[in-house]
Design a protein around this ligand. Structure first.
Ligand code: NDP
Ligand SMILES: O=C1O[C@H](COP(=O)(O)O)[C@@H](O)[C@H](O)[C@H]1O
Length: 508
C-alpha cells in the first residue's frame, strides 16, 4: 500500500471518535495500514499531540470491535498521530497545516500522497476543498483524495451546486463519497453471491422473481439529533442514499471479475431505468409516517413531536415506504418495495427476494403449507444469507413446510463498514463509494417526493412506536397481492392513541 497522510478535519468530533479511530486501529491490527503512515487531526479545540493521542486511545477502548489492551501495540499505532488547531474559515491555519504535513512527510521520508477526510458538517465541504487548493495542500507531487460523509446536498439543486463547487478542487476520480451501507460486509458480499453461484445469477430476473423487499427498520428514535433530523426526515436521512444504494446493489447483474467501473456503470443504468414518479402520483406509491407514542420492549416511549427539540407541530417523516419499478428487460414488472423507519419494533436491515409461484395466483400461504421461495439477505445487525424452500413435512402427510438453508452463516466479529471503506479509500478503490452520477440520479428520483411532501400532497400517517410503521404500508403491498415478510404479529395494546391522520391537501 502506498505511503499516505490522512488529514482529518473534525478530528475532535463524534464520528471520528466512534467510527474512524476504531476503524483505523483494526486496519492497523490486520496489517492493512500503509507502512509509512501519518495522520494529522484538526479541530478548533486547543488540543496538543498528547491530548489528541489520549482521546484517540480512549475511543479505542470505548468503540473498537477488538480490545485495545496491548499497550505496546496501541503506542505504536498512536505514534502516527499529530494534531493541529485549525478553524475552517482561516486561511493562515491551512499554511500552518501544510508545514506540519510536509515536515511529517520529510521526517518519515514519505511520498506526499494525501487523503483529506472531511468528518465535519456539509456546510464546510466547499470552503475546505477551496482552501486545500488555495493553500497548496492539494498540489504536492503525489495523489490526493477527498473523503466526504453524507449528506451530499439537501435536494437535487443543492447537491448539484455542491458537486460543481467541489469539482473546482478535486476531480471525480479523487472524490470518495461515503455511504456506510456500501461498506457493510453483507452488502459487499452480494457481489460474490451472484458471481460464485450461477444458479442465483440465472434466477436474478423478472422471469423468476415476483418482488424484492428492502427494509431498514430502526428501533431508536430521533435521539439527540433533533436539529439535524427534523429538517431531513427519513426520506433524506436514509432513503435517498442508503436505501437507493441497496436497491442498486440488489438489481445489478455482476459477472465475475467486474471492475469498479463496471459496477458503478451498472448501478447508474439501474437508476436511469428507475421509473420516475410524478408529484401527483406520489400518493399512490409512497407512504410517509411519523411515530406516535407507543412502547418499545414493554417500556413506554414518547411520540416524535414530544421528543426534545422537535416542534410540536412537526410534519417531518420518520417512516417511508415506497414501491419502485425498474423499466428494463431484467426487472420490468417486478415491484421493489422499500421501507425504513425509526422507532420500529426491532432493528433489522434486510433484503428479501420473493420468487414467483407459477402455479398459484397470490403469494399467501396455501392449503398445502407451501410458501414462496425466498432469498433473504440479512445485512444487520445479524448477518447471513438464507434460502427458504419447501419440503414435505413428515409429521403431516401430504403437506409441506418451509425449510431454511443457510448459504452464508453469520460471520463472527466481521469488519465494520468504516474499516472496509477507509481501507478501500487508502487503496484508491472506489467500488463501494457513491459516484456523483448515482447521487444525482438518486436526488432526481427523490425530488418529486420532496416536492409532494413540501406541498403536503401526501398524508402523514401516525404509527405507534414499537410497530412496523403505519398500516398503510402493508396496504401498499396488499394491493399487489403481497405482504412484508418477517414482521412479527402486531401487539393489539400498542396502537395509535393520539388521533387520526394529519390533514393533507387532497384537492390537488
Ligand atoms: N456521528 C455520526 O455517527 C455520523 C456523522 N455523519 C456526518 O459526519 C460529519 C461529522 O459529524 P459528527 O462527528 O457527528 O459532528 P460533531 O459535531 O461531533 O463534530 C464536528 C467536528 O467539526 C469540527 N468543526 C466544526 N466547526 C469547525 C470549524 N469552524 N473549524 C474547524 N473545525 C470545526 C469540530 O471540531 P471543534 O469542535 O474542535 O472545532 C468537530 O471535530 C457530519 O457531516 C455528519 O453528518 C455521518 C454519519 C454518521
Ligand atoms: O446514516 C444513518 O444511518 C443510521 C443507521 O445506520 P445503521 O448502520 O445502524 O443501520 C441512522 O440511524 C441515521 O439516522 C442515519 O443518519
Amino acid at each position: 500500500m502506498e505511503p499516505t497522510t490522512i488529514v482529518l478535519f473534525g478530528a475532535t468530533g463524534d464520528l471520528a471518535k466512534r467510527k474512524i479511530y476504531p476503524a483505523l486501529y483494526n486496519l492497523f491490527i490486520d496489517g492493512k495500514l500503509p507502512k509509512e503512515f501519518s495522520l494529522v487531526g484538526l479541530g478548533r479545540r486547543e488540543w496538543t499531540d498528547e491530548s489528541f493521542q489520549a482521546n484517540v486511545e480512549k475511543s479505542l477502548h470505548q468503540f473498537s470491535r477488538r480490545e485495545a489492551n496491548d499497550a505496546g501495540l496501541v503506542k505504536e499505532f498512536l505514534r502516527a498521530f499529530r494534531y493541529s488547531v485549525l478553524d475552517i474559515g482561516r486561511q493562515e491555519d491551512y499554511l500552518k497545516l501544510l508545514q506540519l504535513v510536509e515536515s511529517r512527510e520529510n521526517e518519515l521520508q514519505m511520498q506526499p500522497n494525501r487523503l483529506f477526510y472531511l468528518s465535519v458538517g456539509p456546510e464546510y465541504f466547499e470552503p475546505i476543498a477551496a482552501n486545500i487548493k488555495e493553500s497548496g495542500l492539494g498540489s504536492a507531487n503525489g495523489w490526493k483524495r477527498l473523503v466526504i460523509e453524507k449528506p451530499f446536498g439537501h435536494d437535487l439543486s443543492s447537491a448539484r451546486d455542491l458537486n460543481r463547487n467541489l469539482s473546482k478542487s478535486f476531480e471525480e476520480h479523487e472524490v470518495f463519497r461515503i455511504d456506510h451501507y456500501l461498506g457493510k460486509p453483507m452488502v459487499q458480499r452480494m457481489e460474490s453471491l451472484q458471481q460464485a453461484n450461477p444458479v442465483i445469477q440465472a434466477l436474478w430476473t423478472n422471469r423468476y422473481i415476483a418482488n424484492v423487499q428492502i427494509t431498514a427498520n430502526e428501533s431508536v428514535g430521533v435521539e439527540e439529533r433533533a436539529g439535524y433530523y427534523d429538517h431531513v426526515g427519513a426520506i433524506r436521512d436514509m432513503f435517498q442514499n442508503h436505501m437507493l444504494q441497496l436497491l442498486m446493489m440488489a438489481a445489478i447483474h455482476l459477472p465475475n471479475d467486474s471492475t469498479s467501473e463496471e459496477v458503478r456503470f451498472k448501478k447508474k443504468k439501474v437508476m436511469e431505468a428507475l421509473e420516475l414518479v410524478q408529484k401527483e402520483d406520489v400518493i399512490a406509491n409512497v407512504i410517509r409516517g411519523q411515530y406516535a407514542e407507543g412502547s418499545m420492549q414493554g417500556n413506554p416511549v414518547v411520540g416524535y413531536k414530544s421528543e426534545p427539540g422537535i416542534a410540536p407541530d412537526s410534519m417531518n417523516d420518520t417512516f417511508i415506504a415506497a414501491k419502485l419499478q425498474i423499466d428494463n428487460n431484467n426487472w420490468r414488472g417486478v415491484p421493489f418495495y422499500i421501507r425504513t423507519g425509526k422507532r420500529m419494533k426491532d432493528k433489522s436491515t434486510r433484503i428479501v427476494v420473493e420468487f414467483k409461484e407459477p402455479l398459484k395466483q397470490a403469494s399467501t400461504k396455501s392449503e398445502d403449507g407451501t410458501e414462496p421461495n425466498l432469498l433473504v439477505i440479512e445485512i444487520g445487525p445479524n448477518e447471513g444469507i438464507t434460502l427458504q424452500l419447501n419440503a414435505k413435512d413428515p409429521e403431516h402427510k401430504g403437506s409441506f413446510k418451509p425449510v431454511h438453508i443457510d448459504l452464508q452463516a453469520s460471520p463472527q466479529n466481521s469488519p465494520e463498514a468504516y474499516e472496509n471503506l477507509i481501507g478501500d479509500a487508502l487503496n484508491g478503490d472506489p467500488t463501494f463509494f457513491a459516484h456523483w452520477d448515482e447521487v444525482e440520479l438518486s436526488w432526481q428520483w427523490v425530488q418529486p417526493i420532496l416536492d409532494a411532501f413540501e406541498e403536503n400532497l401526501v398524508p402523514l400517517y401516525p404509527y405507534a412506536a414499537g410497530t412496523y410503521g403505519p398500516v398503510e404500508s402493508d396496504a401498499l403491498l396488499a394491493k399487489d397481492g403481497y405482504h412484508w415478510w418477517f414482521d412479527a404479529k402486531p401487539d393489539p395494546n400498542n396502537a395509535i392513541k393520539e388521533g387520526d391522520q394529519y390533514a393533507y391537501n387532497s384537492n390537488y
